[in-house]
Design a protein around this ligand. Structure first.
Ligand code: NAP
Length: 280
């Protein structure tokens, strides 16, 4: 079984991006800039933002984090985004989710210029991705896609089963694999016979948020299994895939942690650079 080492693959990607940033700097005499807006003091968001900032600095991007108290008015955020939209030194804008309840998430997402939407959540980018046009692609599914391609460069005609249909993961993942000519089944909480569906997959991507949902006898021999889930349990952080069981049947499997997570951050940097290149 191939253990898909997301940490190592993400480090390689960051190295490539670092070289690209320095080439862009020589070519345009400026560097891509990422601005992150962080609202409130939720510990996981603080940690994610620190990791993003560190990774951005490491590859040589200009990075900035704007911190606001949890009770900040929605208008203050929308006004700041409008200012960042007009700022040529800002290539990408990311508003760290979740937001406090009094702030309308969709309104905030839609206020970001699609060309600076490094998360790929703006309806324009969602539509472009599903139409097969150039777009920002949400970072986690993009990371999963790159991991799958490392194992199997030619996905033509493969059966892919996506578990979970969120806008963040399942739906964009479906679009990416469709574009690669996979036959994609998207499953969710109302799917009848989830095990039967999973058993058909040459590729399974699990993005649910349920510890070890996908069992060893749900997986076809030699399938590629990507585990997006991050679940806190008594035995520590586990994914949506029962790792020990599935590792006995799968051809390749991502660990949790150290699989998809590091790729998500590397893909955010990649998206920032893509936004910069498109705007220049
Ligand atoms: P989400 O928005 O809560 O969506 C979960 C999806 O799973 C929904 O479509 C839901 O179906 C489906 N589902 C729930 N119970 C199910 C069941 N018993 N059988 C089949 N499908 C079921 O979650 P998300 O934001 O996509 O996140 C999923 C997981 O990925 C979480 O553990 C999250 O922490 C993790 N995550 C990891 C990264 C990373 O970088 N590694 C990034 C983002 C998220 P319905 O639509 O029918 O409700």
């Amino acid at each position: 079984m191939i253990l898909i080492d997301g940490k190592k693959i993400a480090a390689e990607l960051r190295e490539e991006l670092k070289i690209e940033v320095s080439e862009l700097k020589s070519k345009y005499n400026k560097i891509p800039g990422l601005t992150v807006i962080l609202i409130g003091d939720m510990a996981p968001s603080q940690i994610y933002v620190r990791m993003k900032e560190k990774a951005a600095n490491e590859v040589g991007l200009k990075s900035e984090v704007l911190r606001y108290p949890g009770e900040v008015e929605e208008k203050t955020i929308l006004d700041k985004i409008e200012e960042l939209n007009k700022d040529n030194s800002v290539s990408g804008i990311l508003v760290q989710l979740p937001l406090p309840k009094h702030i309308d998430k969709q309104k905030v997402i839609e206020s970001i210029l699609p060309s600076k939407d490094v998360d790929g959540f703006h309806p324009m980018n969602v539509g472009n991705l599903s139409s097969g046009y150039e777009s920002s692609i949400p970072c986690t599914p993009l990371g999963c896609y790159l991991l799958i391609k490392k194992i199997e460069p030619n996905l033509n005609g493969k059966k892919a089963v996506i578990v979970g249909r969120s806008n963040l993961n399942g739906k964009p993942m479906t679009q990416l694999l469709l574009k690669e000519n996979c036959t994609v089944t998207i499953t969710h909480s109302k799917t009848k016979d989830l095990k039967g569906e999973c058993l058909k997959g040459d590729i399974i991507v699990a993005a649910v948020g349920m510890p070890e949902l996908v069992k060893g006898d749900w997986v076809k021999k030699d399938a590629i299994v990507i585990d997006v889930g991050i679940n806190k349990t008594e035995k520590g952080i586990v994914g949506d895939v029962a790792f020990d069981e599935v590792s006995k049947v799968a051809k390749a499997l991502t660990p949790v942690p150290g699989g998809v997570g590091p790729m998500t951050i590397a893909c955010l940097l990649k998206n920032t650079i893509e936004c910069f290149k498109r705007s220049n």
